[in-house]
Design a binder for this molecule. Structure first.
Ligand code: HEC
Length: 144
């Protein structure tokens, strides 16, 4: 498949199957796949163009800086990326849920409602984060 076909395939993964890919990454992933698995060459001008990092818009209004959210909400007191503290390591959470299609939705619910019993006897209190913030956290955790 060529660059256009791969880019459309990525678009489909994102839109129809809910793959956690941001709009801005679609063209570069499509370009990458078409070079590695398709008919495109890495030095095609359109490939070079599509691979450029997007000019990132500054986050609007709300604090969606994940590191700030993790610190301000006390997540880092109970969670570490690599090792279990009170709660499971983010790496372990990612490993457990990565393959599930509704992983983001599940983690958003867990973050907002807290809970216990899935990882042991310790309880996670409900976290006071809005939907957007919980989603940003879930996406981040799943990338670990
Ligand atoms: C007081 C400690 C504590 C804090 C603070 C805390 N967690 Fe947890 N977290 C836990 C524990 C304990 C578990 C395991 C719960 C279980 O076994 O079901 C957990 C589980 C999770 C899970 C996995 C849920 C699942 O469905 O498997 C996610 C995701 C998570 N935490 C994210 C966060 C985020 C994001 C924050 C901050 C907004 C946060 N946690 C703050 C203790 C905490």
């Amino acid at each position: 498949m060529d660059q256009k076909a791969w880019t459309n395939a990525v678009l489909k993964m994102q839109h129809s199957y809910g793959a956690p890919i941001s709009e801005s990454d679609i063209s570069s992933i499509g370009a990458y796949l078409s070079v590695v698995y398709g008919s495109a060459k890495a030095d095609d001008p359109e490939i070079i163009d599509a691979s450029k990092p997007p000019v990132s818009a500054p986050p609007s209004g709300e604090a969606l800086d994940v590191q700030v959210l993790l610190t301000n909400n006390g997540c880092t007191g109970c969670h570490d990326i690599n090792k279990k503290i009170v709660g499971p390591a983010f790496k372990s959470i990612a490993k457990k849920y990565k393959a599930e299609t509704d992983a983001i939705k599940k983690l958003v619910a867990s973050i907002q409602s807290g809970g216990s019993g899935k990882w042991g006897n310790m309880t996670m209190p409900p976290m006071n984060v809005n939907d957007k913030q919980a989603e940003a956290l879930a996406v981040f955790i799943l990338k670990q």
